[in-house]
Design a protein around this ligand. Structure first.
Ligand SMILES: CCCCC/C=C\C/C=C\C/C=C\C/C=C\CCCC(=O)SCCNC(=O)CCNC(=O)[C@H](O)C(C)(C)COP(=O)(O)OP(=O)(O)OC[C@H]1O[C@@H](n2cnc3c(N)ncnc32)[C@H](O)[C@@H]1OP(=O)(O)O
Length: 225
């Protein structure tokens, strides 16, 4: 197995695949702050102590807000968002990605940055709407976070692909409402396969870890790279 990472300059441009791209900086601040407000709304709804009258009034306000927002979509499904990360690294993701999409209120605010030791690193805090067992993060969400970090690690090295195989080990319970650290990196390549590893830590201790085989998307002009 060899590590054969492509320089970031060769990161494929999704437009070469016929996909629309929007720069993160082009998203209106009004939209990103609305997304943050809806995340907070979902948490508030899940844990509200409001009485019946207030619940009815809130339902009417939410229905009114939804009516204002309906209409043709601003961006078609499949639109990619271009992020410029620390050090000028360019990263693409789907705009409404369930784990990291900046316009998806169902996604936690997740930003994977280049780690000084190599690979990617993010900090995330998951509120009570990510609950599985009492007080703990849902295991499926931990797998989703790991999958995202694993895919992004391959993408960050110019080798975007689809997850073919994902292994997750849950080592310790992962608590809600506390900072979690996510790390990921490429560990090797073999033909179109990219081997990646990732961890989630709480208080410095690994609570969940995963490895995956990502299969590289064939790039234009490349065969069996
Ligand atoms: C579309 C263009 C986009 C351009 C994007 C540009 C930039 C984007 C940059 C970065 C992206 C950033 C972040 C991404 C973040 C998160 C990602 C989330 C990940 C997901 O959410 S993703 C959804 C779930 N995922 C799927 O929906 C996959 C369904 N699946 C398939 O689409 C096929 O199954 C596929 C394509 C995987 C393979 O199919 P295929 O026909 O292309 O290739 P083939 O079968 O020949 O396999 C080739 C080699 O992989 C080995 N291999 C195959 N399967 C394996 C397995 N299960 N375990 C171990 N090894 C396996 C073979 O053994 C062979 O290995 P060998 O070379 O040794 O023979």
């Amino acid at each position: 197995m060899t590590v054969d990472a492509k320089p970031v300059a060769e990161l494929p441009d999704p437009r070469d695949y016929g996909l629309a791209v929007v720069g993160e900086e082009e998203l209106p601040a009004e939209l990103t702050s609305l997304v943050a407000e809806v995340r907070s709304l979902v948490d508030a709804v899940a844990h509200t102590r409001a009485g019946d009258e207030e619940l009815s009034a809130a339902r009417a306000s939410v229905a009114e807000a939804a009516a204002r927002l309906r209409g043709g979509p601003r961006h078609e499904i499949g639109t990619m968002v271009r992020h410029i990360r620390d050090g000028g690294r360019v990263e693409y993701g789907t705009l409404t990605n369930l784990v990291a999409g900046p316009t998806n209120a169902a996604a936690p605010p997740l930003r994977l940055d280049t780690a000084p030791e190599g690979g990617l690193r993010a900090q995330v805090r998951l509120n009570g709407t990510y609950q599985g067992p009492p007080g703990l993060v849902h295991g499926g969400w931990l797998a989703a976070l790991l999958d995202q970090a694993l895919g992004a690690a391959a993408g960050a090295e110019g080798m975007p692909g689809l997850t073919a195989h994902l292994d997750v080990d849950y080592r310790r319970p992962t608590p809600l409402n506390t900072p979690l650290e996510i790390t990921s990196r490429v560990t090797g390549t073999e033909r179109r396969k990219v081997f990646v590893a990732a961890e989630i830590r709480h208080g410095g201790e690994v609570t969940a870890e995963g490895t995956a085989v990502m299969v590289r998307i064939d790039l234009p002009g490349e065969e069996g790279a």
